[in-house]
Design a protein around this ligand. Structure first.
Ligand SMILES: Cc1ncc(C[n+]2csc(CCOP(=O)(O)OP(=O)(O)O)c2C)c(N)n1
Ligand SMILES: [Mg+2]
Length: 369
């Protein structure tokens, strides 16, 4: 039933919550409730982290509000801790839905001693060895060639793991994107490419980004299937991503999924007032009206399992408390010692780093060189 290259995004649930297609068996109220919890938890996580940013306790954050169905849906379509991931900076909702502990994520954002990277990455550039989730790079699309390489290794080793590589719409204009997608495709490597098309790359909109009619059509040039899905419809995202992931896992080669969604917040804290400079309040208002969480709530109501106002309020309060607690726990571990920046790369420090280390040591201890 799921076909590539559809003219319109594949959709299972209408904006008013009515099913457009019969819902597959697995969407029992329990599963839909669980997805709702993951999405609302992520939305509130965003709200709390923006506050943390404003308090100056972290220095970089890129919200995923409005994109929860895409990221949670993708997380629930792959095998957590088994498949490999090369995500991008906006994917914290994907990481949380895969089971990354909130303390680990927040520790990275605060650069505290409890951070597994020990403060050596830019905030919001997390990694997880347990989840096979590679450290995020700020350079747009730079994760695509290594994702192709990972998938090629999986093919040669004959594992049943797949590689999942996510990126924004803007990333598809980068040379790295084309080199990586071509390499994975021509080698029939098990790589699932997922475009989180939120229709803006900072201040460049989709029509300023590409002359292609959409993103998934680019898959044609590489001889792989390109699926088009409504990224604000969690059922559709799970159905399409599960189908594509299993097609890839079965040894057919790579595939591309385009999830059409929208970033309702600013690009990051480096872009605080998007509506003033490059997009209209009307456009944002229109997409706020297509909220993925509200759509799932309407579906649950239609199915006779509404999320009660008190349940919703309780989940929000619990998430806020959870964030407050992990922030306190992370901050209580303190900041990493400056010396750790010279560890874990070279067994013998090269001369130029030795020099920098002694310079810093002198500065820290107040000793004149
Ligand atoms: C190679 C490179 N060029 C430019 C930038 C600056 N930059 C940071 S985010 C971004 C937009 C990316 O947009 P998109 O891929 O659509 O992802 P989104 O942020 O919308 O989720 C740009 C141009 C960068 N980080 N790396
Ligand atoms: Mg974008």
């Amino acid at each position: 039933m799921i076909q590539p290259f559809t003219p319109d995004p594949i959709r299972f649930v209408a904006e008013d919550g009515q099913p457009l297609l019969p819902l597959p068996e697995r969407y029992k109220p329990e599963l839909l409730r669980e997805l709702h919890t993951l999405m609302l938890r992520a939305r509130e996580f965003d709200r709390k982290l923006v506050t943390l940013l404003r308090q100056g306790r972290t220095t970089f954050y890129a919200q995923s509000s409005g994109m929860e169905a895409t990221q949670v849906g993708l997380a629930r379509s792959i095998r957590a801790g088994h498949d490999w991931l090369w995500p991008y900076y906006r994917d914290h909702t994907l990481a949380l839905a895969l089971g990354m502990p909130m303390l680990e994520l927040v520790s990275q954002m605060l650069g505290s001693n409890s951070d597994t990277c020990r403060g050596r990455q830019m905030p919001h550039h997390f990694a997880s060895r347990k989840l096979n989730l590679a450290s995020i790079s700020s350079s747009i699309a730079s994760q695509v060639p290594p994702a192709a390489g990972t998938a090629m290794a999986q093919k040669y080793l004959g594992t049943d793991e797949i590689t999942v590589c996510t990126f924004g719409d803007g990333a598809t204009s980068e040379g790295d994107w084309h080199a990586g997608v071509n390499m994975a495709s021509v080698n029939r490597a098990p790589c699932l490419f997922v475009c989180e098309n939120n229709q803006w790359a900072i201040s460049t909109n989709l029509s300023g980004q590409t002359a292609s009619e959409n993103i998934h059509i680019k898959a044609r040039a590489y001889g792989i299937p390109g699926f088009y899905v409504d990224g604000n419809d969690i059922v559709a995202v799970m159905e399409v991503c599960t189908h594509a992931a299993e097609w890839v896992r079965a040894g057919n080669g790579s595939a591309l999924v385009e999830c059409l969604t929208y970033r309702v917040g600013s690009h990051s804290n480096a872009d605080a007032d998007a509506e003033k400079f490059y997009r209209t309040r009307e456009e944002v208002g229109e997409w706020l009206g297509r909220d993925p969480i509200a759509r799932l709530e309407k579906l649950l109501e239609h199915l006779g399992h509404p999320v009660l106002a008190a349940e919703r309020a309780d989940l929000i309060a619990r998430t806020h408390k959870e964030v407050d607690e992990v922030v306190m726990q992370a901050e209580a571990t303190g900041q990493p010692d400056w010396r750790i920046m010279f560890e874990d790369v070279y067994s013998d420090l090269p001369d130029h780093l030795r020099e920098q280390e002694s310079f810093l040591r002198a500065e820290q201890t107040g000793v004149q060189l």
